[in-house]
Design a protein around this ligand. Structure first.
Ligand code: CTP
Ligand code: ZN
Length: 158
């Protein structure tokens, strides 16, 4: 079957283009629902959202939100769970802005430590801080106890 210019073919049911809003593309496969969590979609049930999972041979997920542009802190959290994602701003059907999320080298106060005995999980007023490294996956290294969070980062977002 001859692919169409945008990579789709006739067998696929395409999620339609949006008029105005944001398309989060190239989400790490399997992370779309965590992206929805970060965006608080369940608290904003009036929004029109489409989710496409396992696009292009299960390599990526896509989330489209009509009528909303994301806050920088939302984009920063998406970077942690999906470092190759792109944020596309759509106006009048056109992509007017496209940028890749940026994975910082350190974060503070965004993720809590996995170690229940870490000082950041006690009553001490110490904010959790992590150094971030990226090989095959993103790893967060706690600057206080040294524990590493790599899987299920979304579960530790504050
Ligand atoms: N998109 C959309 N509605 C629009 C315009 C674009 O849903 N009105 C979606 C496209 O389906 C795509 C993403 O936004 O998933 C980015 O669009 P575009 O830049 O046109 O696609 P590509 O060139 O394939 O993007 P990239 O090179 O970043 O993979
Ligand atoms: Zn720790």
């Amino acid at each position: 079957m001859k692919p169409k210019p945008d990579g789709h073919n006739d067998r696929e049911l395409r999620v339609k283009r949006i008029t105005n809003g944001t398309v989060i593309d190239h989400i790490t496969a399997g992370q779309a629902l965590n992206v929805l969590r970060i965006l608080g979609i369940m608290d904003r049930l009036e929004e029109v959202v489409s989710v496409v999972m396992n696009v292009s041979d299960r390599k990526k997920d896509i989330v489209k939100i009509e009528g909303r542009e994301l806050k920088p802190e939302e984009v920063d959290k998406i970077a942690l769970i999906s470092p190759d994602a792109t944020i596309n701003i759509i106006r009048d059907y056109e992509v007017v802005e496209k940028h890749r999320v940026i994975l910082p080298s350190r974060i503070e106060g965004v993720v809590r430590c996995i170690n229940p005995n870490c000082i950041t999980n006690t009553d001490e007023p110490v904010k959790p801080k992590f150094v971030i490294s990226r090989g095959e996956r993103v790893e967060l290294h706690c600057m206080y106890c040294g524990r590493v969070i790599a899987d299920r980062i979304a579960d530790f977002l504050i």
